[in-house]
Design a protein around this ligand. Sequence first.
Ligand SMILES: Cc1ncc(COP(=O)(O)O)c(C=O)c1O
Length: 383
Amino acid sequence: MKLFDVYPLNNIAITRALGSYVWDDQGVQYLDMYGGHAVISIGHTHPHWVRRIEEQLEKIAFYSNSVIIPVQQQLADKLAQVSGKQDYQLFLCNSGAEANENALKLASFHTGRKKIVAFSKSFHGRTSLAVAVTDNPSIVAPVNETENVIFLPFNDVDALKACFQKEGDKIAAVITEGIQGVGGINVASDGFLQTIRALCDEHGAVFIADSVQCGYGRSGHFFAHDGAGIQADIYSMAKGMGNGFPIGGILIAPHIKPKHGMLGTTFGGNHLACAAALAVLEVIEQENLISMAKQRGMYLMNQLKAIEGIDHVRGKGLMIGFDVPEKLKGLKKQLLTEHNVFTGEAKPNVIRLLPSLALSRKQADEFLDALKESIQELLQNEG
Ligand SMILES: Cc1ncc(COP(=O)(O)O)c(C=O)c1O
């Protein structure tokens, strides 16, 4: 049987991983500055994570949400403590799109309204509502098209105010990433997030903070939106939550009340996924990874800003992007094929860095050296 060919692949088979390194089937070592798309939070194959999953696997891997699953409550308690969102409620699912799908649906149930405000260059996933609020028509199927979504320019406070003035009583939710990932590492300004908060309060709309990529400590705060000093009504989470074990979820503010049957899932919150997610939080706490991400991110950004040839270095913590000029357009490939470094990208010309939050200073330097050498090599080849 053929695999459905939807991914443009690098011709590399990864078979082993540890910390910030991965190895291919030939034994070649790569530095992972991409974190398997921002998923690897505590480092690949972390021994505590492996042990917790193994221990859980030997007891029970799955039972449905028709019984009490004690590890769900353990996870909720730990998440309350590490995120600081003590009075929020947790609903568990399996992926980022599903988290946003549930967040949007819940906002609509809660308000009885239909309109959603989303922003240019947003990415919220590929399920029907999540893709409808994603600013990329090429991945929206005809059946996902809806008139219920209003797209506004990102970080544009005036456009937001004008929209609420006109349609405020119809708006169920505003959804935004704290730092846009797929859109190219665009940081939401504090003023923008504070305005969303104020307008949602004024008009009874729900503020959804998509933290699927920028959450879980990556930005140097638990949620990137925390940096603006505001609380969202719903936070969606996934990627870093399981360090590669599929799990997603939403944190829901106390004023949004549950009703039996309102949301539901077969696999969400299963024993094994919760054990993996619990291990992630324990390691984040024990290894102080949120402040590590902040420090390492500042170091990397400062060093990157001093490198000639790349432009507009931006981001927060270990979610960093920079623009690659036309003459260096082969930079991502050069890093991978000549220096064995994985990086992420955002079309058309952005390199995205999304390494493990446990990236060491030595590994950061290894990346910076590889980057400088790659730039030199490309310039020499051109000249
Ligand atoms: C901000 C954001 N939201 C949602 C998603 C969708 O997550 P998933 O691929 O787990 O469905 C992504 C994935 O890249 C994302 O970056």
